[in-house]
Design a protein around this ligand. Structure first.
Ligand SMILES: Nc1nc2c(ncn2[C@@H]2O[C@H](COP(=O)(O)OP(=O)(O)OP(=O)(O)O)[C@@H](O)[C@H]2O)c(=O)[nH]1
Length: 368
């Protein structure tokens, strides 16, 4: 059933039609006068302190919260705290610093293999007297970490097909539905015609969450309610998206444990059914991973990849208590593109993954 369809009105009409909503999980459509909620500018990931100050000033004039820096968002992570404390505690370049660095990386979920590789490389360079002090070691670590992530910092390109179909999968509670809301808002803000499919027919609140979000933002949501066949909802949504000439279809799916083979088979069914309408669909299978999961994230990625062929990752909840290191472990293990990271609950906190900004946000700015 098509919940509703409204032709996308001009931006100013949308503004007039949309009530102010305080709920971050269900964000209001962008207000042109509100810079932090404006369509997300990818260049802004390379924000400078001056950009942030300007953004904060403009935001405060508009009465909206300022867009926070990556460093600000990641400061609470175990990775940032451990590494910061380590270099303060041990500012001398010696074996103890290298040993502690290895432990800190492992503790932050970077993974034993990746942490050992990184620190062994640094040890060899210390032995060759490449570094004058701990500051030089920190700079080399920063460069190594960026080099590890750069190959996977490949943004999602949704222009390759019309409608471009994004299937969002992952275990329970990782932030799939919230991420879909944020993505729809981003792409709608870019002027694209977006449709959502409420394919999470298992959790009643998920259908409701997506439908409410769509109604408030004039994004059509195709839903059949709780208990419906997920593949049928998503098939129906693709038919509608094609009939309406939509640019983008984003489909939610129920959270499932990667160990539940019946539910994993359902994903294969969704792929088969979509393939009847468009052999290339879904064009992107986005696996959402909770950044607080730790090394189990690697198992999840492996199982979902085998079951449905993941083409991109979103790592959520990297703000707060996440260790952050799992991003490196995933990059090293699979080389799958990391499309977005979640640095908070509001829509502006879903950022296009930027390797340099991420590493800068985790490491101490400088020593001394
Ligand atoms: N702090 C923080 N919270 C987030 C982030 N992304 C999502 N969340 C929160 O995570 C919780 C779960 O999000 P949902 O979108 O309902 O998760 P889901 O994967 O759809 O859940 P299931 O349908 O049960 O599988 C919500 O409270 C979100 O607000 C993030 O980047 N940071």
């Amino acid at each position: 059933m098509l919940k509703f369809w409204k032709k996308k009105p001009p931006a100013e009409d949308v503004q007039a039609a949309v009530p102010a909503v305080a709920d971050d999980a269900v964000p209001p459509v962008e207000a042109p006068a509100s810079p932090p909620d404006a369509p997300v500018d990818e260049a802004a990931t390379e924000e400078t302190e001056a950009d942030l100050a300007a953004s904060a000033a403009a935001a405060s004039e508009a009465g909206a919260p300022a867009r926070r820096s990556w460093r600000d968002r990641l400061a609470g992570s175990a990775f940032a705290r451990n590494l910061g404390a380590l270099f303060v505690r041990n500012p001398k370049l010696d074996d103890a610093l290298l040993d502690e660095l290895e432990t800190a990386l492992i503790t932050a979920d970077v993974g034993v293999a990746a942490a050992t590789d990184l620190v062994d490389g640094l040890r060899r360079r210390v032995a060759k007297r490449e570094f004058a002090d701990a500051g030089a070691l920190l700079a080399a670590l920063r460069a190594d970490l960026v080099a590890l992530l750069e190959p996977v910092a490949r943004p999602l390109q949704v222009d390759g097909a019309r409608p471009y179909v994004v299937l969002v999968v992952g275990v329970n509670g990782v932030g799939k539905t919230t991420t879909i809301g944020k993505l729809a808002r981003r792409y709608r803000g870019e002027g694209r015609n977006v449709i959502l499919a409420a394919g999470d027919t298992f959790r009643a609140a998920a259908v409701e969450q997506l439908t409410t979000w769509g109604e408030r933002n004039q994004v059509p949501v195709i839903a059949q309610g709780t208990g419906a066949d997920s593949a049928s909802v998503i098939f129906d949504a693709l038919q509608t998206a094609r009939a309406r000439g939509a640019d983008l279809l984003i489909a939610d799916t129920a959270g499932r444990l990667h160990t539940q083979s019946g539910l994993m088979d359902e994903l294969a069914k969704i792929r088969r059914v979509l393939g009847k309408l468009d052999a290339a669909a879904p064009h992107e299978v986005l696996l959402v991973i909770d950044g607080t999961t730790g090394q189990n994230a690697v198992n999840q990625a492996r199982q979902f990849r085998e079951a449905i062929g993941v083409t991109g990752l979103v790592v959520t909840k990297l703000d707060g208590t996440a260790k952050g290191g799992v991003v490196f472990a995933l990059a090293r293990e699979f080389g799958l593109p990391i499309r977005f990271v979640g640095l908070g609950e509001s829509s502006e906190d879903l950022r296009v993954f930027d390797a340099t900004a991420f590493v800068e946000g985790l490491l101490p700015a400088s020593l001394g």
